[in-house]
Design a protein around this ligand. Structure first.
Ligand SMILES: [Mg+2]
Length: 163
């Protein structure tokens, strides 16, 4: 049974149009419910159905986290999640340039140490659009349900069928 879903950010939760969140130039502005624009006109657009997906996971009692390869400081991923008013869904989001497999293990460690919640790798679903990250997740966390967006599924909302 899946108890924790871990999302990648760029090109998984949102379209970042060929760049990544760290390249956004402040000030960032939310221009409509699902779009953020930076001072140079670059935008981040939440994929259709992501809001409902996060709500569905929460309603089912499934924990949600995030691991993203982006600068830790300034943390534009966190800024975007705040602007979208979605940050409250994510427990211990990891935004840095470390191996994603190690970041996934870090999330599990933090849940165990700080909340007493023990989650095994086979109870985690990880979704990412880069195959290299899928491979790192599988290497670090044997048994993890690692879903490659782009081959296993074509839209992030399709993860629902693996729950
Ligand atoms: Mg990505």
């Amino acid at each position: 049974m899946i108890r924790l879903v871990i999302f990648d950010a760029d090109e998984t939760l949102w379209a970042s149009h060929g760049y990544w969140a760290s390249l956004l130039v402040p000030p960032l502005k939310r221009v409509n419910e699902d779009e953020i624009r930076d001072s140079e006109g670059k935008s981040i657009t939440l994929f259709e159905g992501v809001r409902q997906l996060l709500k569905t996971l929460k309603d089912r009692g499934i924990l949600i986290s995030l691991v993203s390869l982006n600068d830790r400081e300034p943390n534009r991923v966190a800024e975007c999640l705040e602007l979208f008013e979605l940050n409250h869904y994510f427990v211990y989001p990891q935004v840095n340039w470390d191996d994603k497999g190690q970041n996934i293990k870090k999330v599990l460690d933090l849940l165990r140490k700080n909340k007493g919640t023990i989650i095994n790798c086979n109870e985690v679903l990880f979704v990412d659009d880069h195959l290299s990250n899928i491979n790192k997740a599988t290497a670090a966390c044997p048994g993890i349900n690692a879903i490659h967006l782009g081959s296993n599924i074509s839209k992030v909302t399709e993860i629902i069928k693996f729950l």
